[in-house]
Design a protein around this ligand. Sequence first.
Ligand code: HOZ
Length: 431
Amino acid sequence: MKTAPISEELFQRAQNFIPGGVNSPVRAFRAVGGNPRFIKSAKGAYLYDEDGNRYMEFINSWGPMILGHAAEIVQEAVQQAIPNSLSFGAPTRKEVEIAELIISMVPSIEKVRMVNSGTEATMSAIRVARGFTGRDKMIKFEGCYHGHGDSFLIAAGSGAITLGVPDSPGVTKGTANDTLTAPYNNLQAVQTLVDANKDQIAAIILEPVAGNMGLVQPTPEFLQGLRDLCTKEGIVLIFDEVMTGFRLSPGGAQQLYGVTPDMTTLGKIIGGGMPVGAYGGKKEIMDFVAPAGPVYQAGTLSGNPIAMAAGMAMLTYLKDNPQVYTQLEETTGNIIAGMRSNMQKLGLNYTINQVGSMFTVFFTDKPVTDFESAKTSDTALFGRYFNEMLQRGIYLAPSQYEALFVSTAITPEMVNEYVQANFDALQAIQG
Ligand code: HOZ
């Protein structure tokens, strides 16, 4: 039994001074019950909590720890950068180098602007799309999450749906009116919205592989259909690759599926886990951004030298070592095969969605292709499964509506351990 009295005490204290005791909602464990573990350190595939418990880890800071925690190449780059000071608020060589590197890796990006988080990236990208097109409205997809910018908190996934507030209070009616929503993978619904709002839609934004309603893959015709529609209607197509960028392939989901958007938003992976985001795209669109153009966006810590050093090390490694992706795919494939075999032995038929090194087990026997079908999952059962896995030393995302992320630090022995824990946990939650 893994007890965590120190974490419990910290959580009690935290609730006096931090809303809900946490600095980001999902990690409060509200959707799964129990107290969150307070993490002290992590190395490779393992997290260690304040109580000294060890957990094999499948969140990886929600994506960026592709190489596992405290990867030496990233740590060394950070250590080398630190003596030169932590922030300048002035341009640096590293910002030029990382811009060149990102542009060489991500098909849609001809110019790029660094920001400090995925939320900043998506908020800025929408503003630029509006400035570029002179239009106000945008289309997003039910269950997709693009950070906590006002326009995105309509039918939002991730923590918003986990806590039952997909349409957050505090978002003005005006903003809500400018945000149109369609079901994921439903091209006809998008066409209907576009027809009903002729020449009014600035952008269509989506996660090209959705990770915030659990993992949902796009149908082959969906992404290409959106591309064709946006080209025809003069709408800016934005892929939010905050979670998929550099993870599903060196060029992200857009490279994997061969569909190139007009703009792309990126997040934590380009900082190797440091607080970083970026948005980029076609030159003619990005040249609308100040000071090249009239759309204002700024940030003192943007292009922060420590974050840039970590990101350069991480992205350079990924570019030079494409075998990382083969390894991740193989490890994830083995995990999924083990889980399917477990379910067969136990006579269960839950749905597993996977793309590359991202996956979700939905506690439903229905295919999960959009938000409606994701919601057929038995979330109470998921909560029990989560806690059974936690007790067996496996740390999963504490919500049904999140994806899991595999790192290269997971060895074949760890896969066996995971599969055994999965069998035992599935068995424990039946009946
Ligand atoms: N909403 C984030 C994942 N999709 C979780 C952020 C966090 O709690 O760190």
